[in-house]
Every structure is written in structure tokens, then in C-alpha cells.
Design a protein around this ligand. Structure first.
Ligand code: BG6
Length: 491
């Protein structure tokens, strides 16, 4: 990664919260360790609590001990990182409190400033207007907005209208941390850095595409948030739809923010609406019941803290998406994601068509399988391509067998540490590169599509289908590709 050479102030609203402690501060620490932060870059936690800079530094140290165990006892980076950390106590709804940023010299010396809003989206509008009223919305100042950006098109527009009253589109960085994952970026390298794949990347050669994001965790004490969101809003509207866009978009002219986003928006606009009765044949909703994961008993959704037996919120969703354009006509994109499934993994599978004509005998034909490109995002980052081979041996005749050509990224790059998604994204905000962030028209188009599905679901009295924790979701989700004569790729 290229360093952020220009010093800047990074202000984190919600600076004492879960996201800051688990993800943002560990990511900034790693950037510092890798020499990617400029000398005078400061990190300023901001939240309502009264805390001294020393208290904040202690809290961050504790978080690093837990979330970056390798940092325990680190005498190289920590002293430098600690010096960067300070704290400002600000009530996000109390405009006069924002004067404290001026007292703290935020943005002085022509420094760039990044305001990371790791708060509830209800506060985005008022934070941005208070910043503007204190002169903290100049061109060199940017805001980073964490999801969820609303819960439907209307609420997302309301948030956007409030934010854009005070910050221009170029100053707004809407984060989707999936876009910062290494293998997701590698997808661009595979597609556009090789001559091999792109000529075969269309409906003439590809039979179907599958995107799976499978989690073993449940709602993890977030019932209040999660029950209002559900898997469709929490995961599909953003992470899975963004992955779909990167697979399906046309080659952009250049790898810059607007060229890439111009291509993604075309895909979003070509997504066929799933509405009315279609929602029953093209989507499956599930809710987890108790079960067993990795040998441990786990609770069902209704046994989680704060739960409500009336809830119809889906913790699993599988659906078939179609893209109505020349390149993808007739190619289903199967998407699925869920909590408390059997295994934590995320992958994109490109299943190619069968060969048009076989030269082999019946026995060999039975062994033939379609080529498959698998891009695994987690737990390990790897890419594999399944190709048909002859089993070695003179007496074997033409015995065929699929063999995987595997590219393990950690082995190929000598176990070089793969940065966490937030490292890449924070660095990009600091150097003002919005390529991996969402433009508002993308967010809006994704909500439009998701709103259609939500509206269709709300017309039914049917509950989401129960599935045992540790399984692969409701049986109906297995049937979704089977109805079309296809199968999910097994992990
Ligand atoms: C978040 C969702 O955006 O992504 C969580 O709100 C989910 O519910 C998380 O657990 C998954 O991210 P990752 O990087 O662990 O796959």
C-alpha cells in the first residue's frame, strides 16, 4: 500500500464504541506499524462520555490487547501510536460542544480532516450541520458514513439530504467494508489484469454465479438493531449487492472512483425487480432455531437477549437475481447469507457452461464436470479453478477427473500479512480516493431493488422458515437453484 504522506486529523465519532475499538483503532494501529501514517497524523476519539486523553489511550491499549494480541508488549509502534491519540468530549446533539474541536486545533495548519461517523445514522445529519456551523466542512474535510444508510429508500434519502446540505458528494465516503477485503479487490485484478477470463465472462460461457456469505455468529447482543434490519437490509442491500456489481460490471475505462462507480450503477439499474408473487419463487427467508455449531449448543433467535416472539425478521436469505442486459441475459445470480450457519465462509463461485460437444465415451462423459472459478474471501483468501484432467496411467483409458488449480494468496505472497478491510479503506479516505466507496446513486438503486422485495414479503402472513443453527439454512433454500436444474456449490 502507498503511504498517506499528508498528515491529517482523524476524528472518530463513537470513538469509545464497539466498531472503533474492534475495527477502526486496530486498523489505524496496523497502518502506523506498517509506516503508512504521516508523522503528524492525529487520531481523536469523540463521544459524549467525559474522558481525559490518558483515559482514552488506556482504553485503546486495552482494546488492542484484546483485538491485536500481537501488539501486547510492542515497544516499537505503541509509543508512537499513543502520542497520536487524544479525546474530545462532544454530545453529537449539542451544537455548542463542537467548538471543542476548534479548541483542539482540528484541521489547523491546512491539515486534511476525516470525520468518521461510527454512530447511529439518526445523528449523521445533525453532526454534519454542527460541523459546518463550526467551519469544519471545508473542501479538505471529509465525512465517512457507516452503514446502515437508512432502512429503505425514503429514510436513506432523508439521511443523504441532510448530509449533502453541508458536505459535497466528493467529501462523502460511504463505507462498505466488503469492498476493502483483499480478495474483493483481487477480483478486479483477475478480471482486468488477465486476458484469460474476460472473453469468457458472459452468458455465452457462464451458466450461473453464486455468492455466499455464511456466518456462524448469531445476533451477538445486537437484537435491538438486528431485528429492525434483518439479513436483507444488513447484508444483501450492501455487501452482497456490491460483490454482485463487481462480478457483473463492464470493464471500466480506468480504475478510478467515478469510472468504477459508473459501471456498477449500470448493473444495479439492470437488476430485474423481484416483486409481488415473484418473491415467493425467487426468495427464501429463514430464522435460526437452536442447534449446534462447532460442537457447542447455541441458542435460537427467540432465546437471544431482548428477543420478541412476534418477530418475523429474517436471519437468513437466499434469492435468485437476474440482470437484464446483453452480457448476463439468462444467467442467474444466486445470493445467500445467514447467521448461525454451519461454517463461516464467504465466496463467489462462477460456474461455467458444459462443453458444447463431447469427444469422449459414455464412461468419461459421466465423469465430466463443468469448470468452476471460486474466489474465496474468508476464512482463507484463495482462488481456485476447477479443470478436467486425465487420470494418469496407461491402462486407465480416458479416465477423467476434475482437479483444482489453487492459488493460495498467503502462500503466493510468502505469508505476507493480509490487511484487514478497514486498513485499506481508512487509508483510502486519508488519501482522498473514493474508488472503493459507494456513491449515493448506488445506495439509492440498491434500496429500490430491496424495497420491492420487502414490500412483497410484507404482503404475506407467512413467517420466515425455521432452520437449525449449524445447518445450511432452510431446506427451501437448497431447492432454489435445484428448481432451475442447478446446485449450490458445497463448501
Ligand atoms: C456487518 C453486519 O456489516 O457485516 C454484521 O452488520 C455482519 O451483521 C458483518 O456480521 C460481517 O462482516 P465480516 O467482515 O465479518 O464478514
Amino acid at each position: 500500500m502507498k503511504a498517506s504522506l499528508k498528515a491529517c486529523d482523524v476524528v472518530i465519532f463513537g470513538g469509545g464504541g464497539d466498531l472503533a475499538m474492534r475495527k477502526l483503532l486496530p486498523a489505524l494501529y496496523h497502518l502506523d506499524q506498517d509506516g503508512l501514517l504521516a508523522k503528524n497524523t492525529r487520531i481523536i476519539g469523540a463521544s459524549r462520555r467525559d474522558m481525559s486523553a490518558q483515559d482514552y489511550q488506556d482504553k485503546v491499549r486495552e482494546a488492542l490487547n484484546e483485538f491485536v494480541p500481537a501488539s501486547v508488549g510492542d515497544e516499537n509502534t505503541w509509543p508512537r501510536f499513543k502520542e497520536r491519540l487524544s479525546y474530545v468530549s462532544v454530545d453529537a446533539q449539542e451544537e455548542s460542544d463542537f467548538a471543542r474541536f476548534n479548541d483542539h486545533n482540528v484541521g489547523d495548519d491546512e491539515k486534511d480532516v476525516v470525520f468518521y461517523l461510527a454512530t447511529s445514522p439518526d445523528l449523521f445529519g445533525s453532526i454534519c450541520s454542527s460541523l459546518a456551523n463550526h467551519g469544519l466542512n471545508q473542501e479538505r474535510m471529509r465525512v465517512v458514513l457507516e452503514k446502515p444508510l437508512g432502512r429503505d429508500l425514503i429514510s436513506s434519502r432523508a439521511i443523504n439530504d441532510e448530509v449533502t446540505q453541508n458536505f459535497g458528494e466528493k467529501q462523502i465516503f460511504r463505507i462498505d467494508h466488503y469492498l476493502g477485503k483483499e480478495t474483493v479487490q483481487n477480483l478486479l485484478a483477475i478480471r482486468f489484469g488477465n486476458t484469460l477470463f474476460e472473453p469468457l465472462w458472459d452468458s455465452a460461457h457462464i451458466d450461473n454465479v453464486q455468492i455466499t456469505v455464511s456466518e456462524t455468529v448469531g445476533v451477538e447482543g445486537r437484537w435491538g438493531y438486528y431485528d429492525k434490519a434483518g439479513a436483507l437490509r444488513d447484508m444483501v442491500q450492501n455487501h452482497l449487492v456490491q460483490l454482485l456489481c463487481l462480478v457483473a460490471m463492464e470493464p471500466p475505462g480506468r480504475n478510478d472512483a467515478d469510472s468504477v462507480r459508473d459501471e456498477k450503477i449500470k448493473v444495479l439499474k439492470a437488476l430485474r425487480p423481484i416483486e409481488g408473487a415473484n418473491a415467493y419463487t425467487k426468495t427464501v427467508r429463514g430464522q435460526y432455531a437452536k442447534g449446534m455449531i462447532n460442537g457447542k449448543d447455541v441458542k435460537g433467535y427467540f432465546d437471544e437477549e431482548g428477543s420478541n416472539l412476534e418477530s418475523r425478521t429474517e436471519t437468513f436469505v437466499a434469492l435468485r437475481a437476474d440482470i437484464d442486459n446483453w452480457r448476463w441475459a439468462g444467467v442467474p445470480f444466486y445470493l445467500r447469507t445467514g447467521k448461525r450457519l454451519g461454517q463461516r465462509y464467504s465466496e463467489i463461485v462462477i460456474q461455467y457452461k458444459s462443453i458444447p460437444h463431447s469427444i469422449f465415451n459414455d464412461e468419461s462423459n459421466r465423469q465430466l464436470q463443468r469448470n468452476q472459478l471460486i474466489i474465496r474471501l474468508q476464512p482463507e483468501e484463495k482462488i481456485s479453478l476447477t479443470v478436467m484432467n486425465k487420470v494418469p496411467g496407461a491402462g486407465e483409458g480416458m479416465n477423467l477427473q476434475p482437479v483444482d488449480l489453487n492459488l493460495s494468496l498467503s502462500e503466493a505472497f510468502n505469508n505476507k500479512r493480509s490487511p484487514e478491510a478497514y486498513e485499506r479503506l481508512l487509508l483510502d479516505v486519508m488519501r482522498d480516493d473514493a474508488t472503493l466507496f459507494m456513491r449515493y446513486d448506488e445506495v439509492e438503486a440498491a434500496w429500490k431493488w430491496v424495497d420491492g422485495i420487502m414490500a412483497a414479503w410484507s404482503q404475506t402472513s407467512e413467517r420466515p422458515k425455521e432452520y437449525a443453527s449449524g445447518s445450511w439454512g432452510p431446506a427451501a433454500s437448497m431447492a432454489l437453484p435445484i428448481k432451475d436444474g442447478r446446485n449450490w456449490h458445497d463448501y
